[in-house]
Design a protein. Structure first.
Length: 461
């Protein structure tokens, strides 16, 4: 530190050091006056019911998702991405809040995201973003608390007249209209779109069949119904190979048609010169059993079939390598990723997720990922009880939780039962038992902390 010479008169010319300090102060002031670049726009697209393997494959030599594949070549694709719940409402609530199901409590028997939770749309709206949502799923609505923070939230499923029409074309129409309007303003925007095509019943329109070179005349039938899917569960029978092949083909054709409609949104962003200043996130809320383990749909389970989801993220300068990442990631990481990309450092301490950028910069291969499924009392008693009165669904009347670490996964229920699943566990029973006990203790600690961190009471919107 320079010692001040107090013997000199105060009118003496300033020292060179003081001049440097003054110049530095001026420069800092000038830098502060330079307008900061606007934050990127944010587009979050949820492909309802699309498994991880539903993206990137081929049928009859035709790419199922060419538009998503193209996006991935200039973005970053995660092949170990997992939902925190196996059905729509809690999964979307996690995507919108960054909270686990036992924290946000938009689960079975509550069926709503309470209005005291701050959503991503509310947060971005407060930061000056225009917010707009489009939903193709009746579970993703204002009445379920998921429209909080959106200036407008429109239902693409309104007006559907056939099983082959789940709203994809209307969803893209609405999204494109919003993008074209947003291009004429300086305001950053947050656009959310939910597509429902891959959900039961599987009844793809002609465009989906043609996209994969499928001749409708060669099909046993054009639709795989909800009733057929439920019969596999209620009859406890193994589906025939022909039945499963048909269901999977129609499911893939639904995804192919959906990808065509999704391509229109990407093309609109590009045509309006917005794509390269937009954080695009494409994922699914959950997957689908498709007959695995004599299960269909996506309830009653925390199997990887219903939890592992596609995830593609693109933003030039941040997520643009075209690589495939094997870092384990969760829907808990989506809100932190958006906040990080828009330059918001005030992420709530309650969030357990981490931005995907930070995860890619660290070694997160052994991080723990959790998922939860609350006991579906109403679903069993009212829905299954009325449709299948002779079916004993008591085996499903239980809450589930799971913890994944690396290639090992533990699933436990509220009856005290648990199962250990792996792709490389030690061969000896004692080692497996030790790992199981260790993971169960960790899962119990997670569950306890999550429940304790949830608000003490919920109020409905």
């Amino acid at each position: 530190m320079r010692r001040v010479d107090r013997s000199r008169p105060l009118t003496t010319a300033p020292h060179r050091g003081a001049q440097l300090i003054t110049v530095a102060s001026i420069l800092i002031g000038l830098v502060a006056c330079v307008p900061q670049p606007p934050p990127p726009n944010v587009v979050l697209i949820v492909l309802d019911t699309v498994r991880a393997d539903g993206v990137g494959g081929k049928v009859n030599g035709h790419a199922v998702t060419p538009h998503l594949d193209r996006l991935a070549t200039t973005g970053l694709r995660f092949d170990s991405a997992y939902a925190t719940a196996p059905w729509t409402l809690p999964s979307h609530a996690t995507l919108f809040t960054g909270l686990a199901p036992s924290q946000h409590r938009a689960v079975h028997e509550r069926f709503v995201l309470a209005n005291h939770y701050t959503t991503l749309a509310e947060h971005l709206k407060e930061k000056g973003f225009a917010t707009y949502g489009v939903t193709s799923n009746p579970w993703v609505t204002k009445g379920r608390g998921l429209a909080q923070g959106f200036a407008a939230f429109e239902a693409a499923y309104a007006g559907a007249e056939a099983a082959s029409d789940k709203g994809a074309a209307r969803a893209s129409d609405l999204a494109v209209r919003f993008i074209e309007a947003a291009a004429n303003t300086e305001q950053p925007f947050f656009l959310f779109v939910n597509y429902l095509e891959a959900h039961l019943p599987y009844a793809p329109p002609d465009e989906g069949l043609l996209a994969l070179g499928v001749n409708s005349a060669d099909l046993l039938r054009r639709e795989y119904t909800i009733g057929e899917a439920e019969e596999i569960i209620t009859s406890a029978r193994a589906a025939s190979d022909d039945e499963l092949a048909l269901a999977r083909l129609l499911y893939q054709c639904e995804i192919a048609y959906q990808d065509q409609q999704l391509g229109r949104v990407f093309e609109a962003l590009e045509a309006q010169q917005l794509l390269d200043n937009t954080l695009v996130i494409v994922t699914a809320d959950h997957g689908e059993h498709l007959g695995a383990g004599n299960m269909t749909g996506h309830e009653f389970s925390l199997a990887d079939d219903v939890l592992q989801v596609p995830l593609i993220v693109r933003l030039p300068g941040l997520y643009d390598s075209g690589a495939i990442s094997s870092t384990p990631v969760s829907h808990l990481d989506i809100v932190p990723t958006v906040l990080d990309a828009v330059g918001d450092e005030a992420a709530p301490e309650l969030l357990d997720g981490t931005s995907l950028r930070a995860l890619e910069e660290s070694d997160g291969r052994d991080r723990a990922l959790i998922a939860e499924y609350s006991e579906p009392v109403t679903l069993i008693n009212d829905y299954w009880g009325s449709r299948h009165p002779d079916f004993d669904a008591s085996n499903f009347a239980v809450s589930l939780s799971s913890l994944r670490r690396g290639q090992v996964k533990l699933i436990a229920n509220t009856r005290g039962e648990m199962g250990l699943f792996n792709h490389g566990l030690p061969a000896t029973d004692s080692d497996r038992e030790s790992i199981g006990k260790e993971m169960y203790a960790e899962l119990e600690a997670w569950t306890k902390r999550l429940k304790e961190s949830a608000p003490s009471s919920d109020s409905h919107p």
